[in-house]
Design a protein around this ligand. Structure first.
Ligand code: SF4
Ligand code: SF4
Length: 274
């Protein structure tokens, strides 16, 4: 996968668009300009562009995504015992975006994350699974990926890879699993991301030290907790409680939009209270 992926200029174009999306999202979050209506329009457009347009333009189901970059890197290292530099660079740059602006690449770039986010907007009852549960399952899935590749050259994701749906590249396993992920997304925020995604786990580790993320100015905060209620996951509850380790934050901006106090909650840098 890697050689074809790195040689295709469309891959570079998509990568540049991703970086633009992350920078644009960070600026909008900083200025408190992300609204749910604007985000809905963005989700629809970016699922079409990053998902289906690139999925159909780049043949063979090779449309780049953060998970593929990590899987390709692990496969080349653990199975082929070599390092494909462009893939390693791509992964490092994606993780750098997480370090700078939390999981903005997941929230504004990854096609599967965006599609799950879109499904979650269907007005049905919702369930927020405990983070210890989702992260434990995700850690086991990550270990299974590494051990499977290292011992038998087996990548468990390849048989069910839901990213293939954007290329209409279906096997029965992929079709059934993709349907399961999308149905679960109607009730749980980003179930693949929280329970299974290997990039999600790595990104979660990096985002614990990210520069920009939702930060509360306790002097301006009226303790209404509207931000906690607005967050589709557990992250804002952790930020609000001042926990050192927080659940995944996908940079959706719902918490900031919900806060009625202009100075109380912003997408801030740790050393910057402006
Ligand atoms: S966590 Fe979700 S959004 Fe992020 S790379 Fe994984 S699938 Fe994509
Ligand atoms: S609502 Fe939750 S996931 Fe969205 S930006 Fe705020 S803390 Fe992050």
């Amino acid at each position: 996968m890697s050689n074809q992926m790195t040689l295709n200029p469309l891959v570079l174009i998509k990568f540049v668009l991703w970086i633009g999306a992350v920078v644009g999202a960070t600026l909008l979050l900083r200025r408190r300009k992300v609204t749910s209506k604007m985000r809905l329009a963005y989700l629809i457009g970016s699922v079409l562009l990053f998902g289906f347009v690139f999925g159909l333009l780049i043949p063979g189901g090779l449309n780049p995504n953060p998970v593929a970059s990590l899987r390709t890197l692990l496969t080349t290292i653990l199975v082929k015992h070599r390092l494909v530099l462009p893939v390693a660079v791509m992964l490092v740059v994606l993780l750098l975006t997480v370090w700078i602006s939390n999981k903005s690449i997941c929230g504004w770039g990854c096609q599967l994350g965006l599609l799950q986010d879109l499904c979650y907007r269907v007005p049905l009852p919702k369930w927020k699974p405990p983070f210890w549960l989702s992260n434990s399952v995700r850690s086991i899935a990550f270990v299974a990926l590494v051990v499977g590749l290292g011992t038998a050259g087996w990548d468990w994701i390849s048989g069910v890879d839901p990213f293939q749906l954007f290329s209409f590249n279906f096997t029965l396993g992929i079709a059934l699993f993709s349907a399961l992920v999308l149905i679960a997304s109607l009730f749980i925020y980003r179930p693949w991301c929280h329970f299974l995604c290997p990039f999600g786990l790595l990104g979660w580790l990096v985002e614990q030290v990210s520069l920009f993320r939702p930060r509360i100015n306790r002097e301006a905060c009226k303790e209404c907790q509207l931000c906690v209620k607005a967050c589709p996951g557990q992250a804002m509850a952790d930020f609000y409680a001042g926990k050192k380790i927080h659940a995944d934050c996908f940079a959706c901006g719902a918490c900031i939009e919900a806060c009625p106090q202009a100075d109380a909650l912003n997408w801030r840098r740790s050393a910057d209270n402006k």
